[in-house]
Design a protein. Structure first.
Length: 116
């Protein structure tokens, strides 16, 4: 996919839309810029998890996991579902998975490690 080219003759409406998109992207990237939040998203790629499951997978305290989930929820990256006293989280849409695939390719794949 080709990136759009900025030009001096862009309309004010197009520039405003581009600025809003940049702001939205910046907020999402800020939410992803914490290793705990990245790890939560990595675990949620395989499916819905309870807060307790995430605590165990991350070896983290409930307060820390809940704080990170709150930020991810605020940015619209995860959605909660309550079942009795248990809260389950899942990815809100495909955007986090797509970003994680690129991050994995750049930082985690064996091919990338061989190039380093």
């Amino acid at each position: 996919m080709a990136l759009p080219a900025l030009s001096a003759d862009m309309s004010e409406v197009d520039l405003d839309k581009m600025m809003q998109n940049a702001c939205d992207a910046s907020n999402m990237l800020k939410a992803l810029s914490h290793e705990g939040r990245l790890m939560i998203l990595c675990h949620l790629v395989s499916g819905e998890k309870s807060v307790t499951e995430l605590e165990e997978l991350l070896s983290a305290r409930q307060a820390a996991v809940s704080q990170q989930l709150a930020r991810l929820r605020l940015e619209g990256l995860v959605t909660p579902r309550r079942e009795g006293k248990t809260i389950f989280y899942s990815l809100a849409d495909n955007r986090p998975k797509r970003i994680l695939e690129v991050i994995y390719e750049l930082f985690c794949s064996e091919d990338e490690q061989r190039r380093a």
